[in-house]
Design a binder for this molecule. Sequence first.
Ligand code: DAH
Length: 359
Amino acid sequence: MDPILAVEQAWQAEAGAAPLSDPADDLARLEALRVRFLGKKGEVAALMKVLGQLSPDEKRAFGQRVNQLKDQVTAALDELRAQAEARAEQAALAAGWLDPTLPTAAAGAQVVGLPALGHKHPITRLLDTVIDHFTGLGFEVASGPEIEDTWHNFDALNIPDNHPARDVWDTFYTTRGEVPRTHTSSVQIRTMQAQRPPIRVISPGKCFRNESIDATHLAAFNQCEGLYVDRGVTLGHLKATLEGWVHRLFGPDVKIRFRPAFYPFVEPGLDLDAQCFFCGGGGHLGDGGTCPVCRGKGWLEVIPCGMVHPNVLRNCGIDPAEWSGFAFGMGFDRLVMLQHGIDDLRRLYSGRLDLVRQL
Ligand code: DAH
């Protein structure tokens, strides 16, 4: 028999064989075929050795046929290998260990080998909500330094040195006489120095005070300031704006009320109370027990606020005869405690996942 024809038939019998069930076995089989036919000691190489025994005319025709066979086997092997690799990939995806679209384990779930999916801390979630709410009303987010000079933190806010009001914010000082800011109200000043009205900003951030630590006080905490300055801003604007925010926070039916309060940088100064969303304002639960959220008062102190004091506007070069504004400053941690009925602020910062995972 013609030796080339013999090799060709042997190759066709092998190449036409159906794939094995396991693509990895196919890849191994194809590699064995490559060695058998195209390897250094393979069948095609053996045919080439025959060449030496042939006459020059026979050599050319024989050589051409061997080369054709070699090209044909090479191309077919490449094609079969590509098919086997594609099948291997499909099988891997079907087996599940290579599917990048599968979700990871749910929050808190204990799945061996997979990290649990985390979620945002409740304080961060409130931060997202406040930014979403107020930017929707046309407010921008402003920021200022956490280490402040006393002018921005106190004097410009109408809290002069040696005035008893400064004692309220008795706090830490750096050796250079700066304060870790005691409230975000300092950002009011920085914003009014940098921009001309109309001004609409909120400014969330960390604040620091020399507090004795207890269930409702920490030396480092979060606040969010708000400021609106324009022509003709009134207490009505303050009320409507904050009422909308309280409804977003605690529900659309919650009533609000204002009580007079003193903050040096506003006149009049007010405390906004929200009707307790937990007991509905009665101060008691269905079983007659005292409401744990408002402690029986029916109302919750939520947002200190007021109309920006003329001195504060003047300190920033804004004429109070032309412009007026309102300001508010919310204790973020307190709002989160109220939202979730948490009785001790320290729990929120304890880093204990068993608490955070419930929220
Ligand atoms: N800065 C005040 C504080 O930390 C809170 C505050 C009260 C901010 C009234 C205001 C305001 O903007 O109008 O105690």
